[in-house]
Ligand binder design. Structure first.
Ligand SMILES: Nc1ncnc2c1ncn2[C@@H]1O[C@H](COP(=O)(O)OP(=O)(O)OP(=O)(O)O)[C@@H](O)[C@H]1O
Length: 356
């Protein structure tokens, strides 16, 4: 992986065709992201610029958020292949706020939000579980980084897929790094994902990310948006919680894709984890490490187990077939050896002979 820390501003202007509409990927609350191609280095980039908010200069609040994003992403850069969007660098400091640009690896496969709510082919259940496990690891990576990072805006639009369709956490505009002066940071986030008890700066903790992660889990399993005003209740949490409590798992599951019976246990487990994550009381929510280290192993084991039962099932059918075919052989063998040879041994010997 090529890591370039500082990009020439003019090169980025050229790469994005002067921030043309045709290269605009999307606009967020504080910045716009453009797709850029640096032909010389054979790099496809996502270039983020602070929004101007109708002014001639980028708005200072937006520049602050972009600065924050650069600071947090650069602090997470050390690890190889981090589960967050790959930070490549920024524009060389020319002393002008207008020229401040964040440069990331381009994520070509859209967001989890699009996959769940826009795509005409919603993800299969194994993919959903894989995504859930990946995101839990990404959140753990942030919380266990040194210094620890709280994302504060975990949501399906901020989970982007890389070229291998692995989900990565993006948009660190609201992220806080622990040594920051926490007492001055006002609560922020996105309605529908925001921990309702996060009402004052002193309530900031990693558990607010755990709450948002729980909402994302509910979204992944149900295929419902975090907030859908066309439904009652509009919040996925308010809708799903009573159903999970009554163990009405099938009711919560996205009906666009049939849930294979062997995956029911894994999905039930994820929904129970989600219910704990979105618990109104912070102390009842698990730490992300607990979810990743214990629960995700269960997800995988529970999903893999049926594969083994299928393999064992096929071996069993094969044995039965063989058993029928060698029934007569068995009698001949018995008389041949003149002794009591166990039925199992003969069957096994015959099968092994055939396999040779
Ligand atoms: N590295 C990237 N590669 C490809 N697309 C990206 C990348 N980063 C962001 N985007 C896309 O650019 C758009 C703007 O992203 P941004 O993170 O600024 O805001 P947002 O998450 O959409 O909104 P908000 O800031 O309100 O949370 C989104 O459509 C997002 O999917």
């Amino acid at each position: 992986m090529i890591i370039i820390k500082e990009f020439d501003y003019e090169d980025l202007v050229k790469a994005t065709q002067s921030f043309s509409q045709s290269t605009l990927v999307g606009k967020g609350s504080h910045g716009s992201v453009y797709k850029g191609i640096l032909a010389a280095q054979n790099l496809v980039l996502a270039v983020k610029r602070a929004s101007f908010n109708g002014q001639l200069q980028p708005h200072p609040d937006n520049v602050k958020k972009l600065d924050n994003e650069i600071k947090v992403l650069s602090s997470l850069r050390d690890r190889q292949n981090p589960p967050v969007v790959n930070f490549l660098g920024m524009s060389r400091d020319l002393g002008s706020k207008e020229n401040k640009l964040l440069v990331m690896e381009f994520m070509p496969n859209g967001s989890l939000h699009d996959l769940l709510h826009v795509s005409t082919s919603p993800p299969l259940w194994t993919k959903r579980i894989e995504i859930a496990v990946h995101i839990s690891r990404a959140v753990q990576f942030l919380h266990e980084s040194n210094p620890s990072v709280i994302h504060r805006d975990i949501k399906s639009t901020n989970i982007l897929f890389d070229s291998n369709w692995n989900p990565r956490l993006a948009d660190f505009g609201l992220a806080v790094s622990q040594p920051d002066s926490l007492s001055r940071i006002q609560p922020a986030g996105t309605i529908g994902y925001l921990d309702p008890s996060y009402t004052s700066p002193d309530k900031l903790s990693t558990k607010i990310d755990v709450f948002s992660f729980g909402v994302v889990l509910l979204e992944i399993i149900s295929g419902r948006k975090a907030i859908d005003l066309s439904r009652a209740p509009s919040s996925v949490v308010d809708w799903a919680m009573p159903l999970i409590k009554e163990d009405q798992i099938a009711e919560v599951c996205d009906k666009r894709v049939a849930l294979p019976p062997y995956m029911e246990a894994a999905v039930r487990h994820i929904l129970r984890v989600a219910a704990r994550c979105v618990s109104p009381e912070e102390e009842n929510r698990p730490e992300i490490a607990e979810i990743v280290l214990t629960e995700s192993c269960h997800f995988i084991e529970r999903v893999r187990f049926p594969i083994w039962t299928m393999v064992l099932g096929s071996v069993n059918s094969f044995m039965l077939l063989k058993r029928k075919r060698i029934k007569s052989v068995k009698c001949e063998k018995k008389s041949e050896v003149g002794g009591e040879i166990s039925r199992g041994k003969i069957i096994l010997r015959e099968i092994l002979a055939e396999l040779h």
